[in-house]
Design a protein. Sequence first.
Length: 186
Amino acid sequence: MLVIFIGPPGSGKGTQASRLCEHLSIAHLSTGDMFRAAIQEETELGLQAQQYMDRGELVPDQLVVEMVAEALRNAPYGDGCLLDGFPRSLPQAEALDQILAGEEKQVDVVLELDVDDGILIERLLARKRPDDTLDTIHNRLKVYQEQTSPLLNYYRERRLLSTVNGEGTVDEVHREILEQALQKNE
């Protein structure tokens, strides 16, 4: 099963992704985690990515697509996974479709976590990460609206999108995600 999580920063994708992966027995492919590891290891990709992330901007499509394509060809992601943080733009979604078509695979369900901006800002400031300043958060939300939200129509037109209210408790959101994911996969 191949699941895509879409949602703005602070929507709870990481928390919910871990729970859903455990429930479905699939791997969790988080581009954010991959980039943070590359930054910590000071790889060339990590250093390039850090420049963009520090400004609250998205890492360029080409770098992200190369990284994800490589991961999808190998265990544990090749047998199905949850994509968290990818795709983030229409060109990335189109590149993913090409990658999957070459492997004779397809996306099973796209889950959108919908959360009010005010709640997102509160959540992100509470994380106390160095890159979670108010200016950076506002920029991330703006970038999300401009570049990522068009994916919603892209996947809605393909009848793959399910929107989940991400404002409830962790357990409430998880129950709704399970209902949506399992319903789309029937």
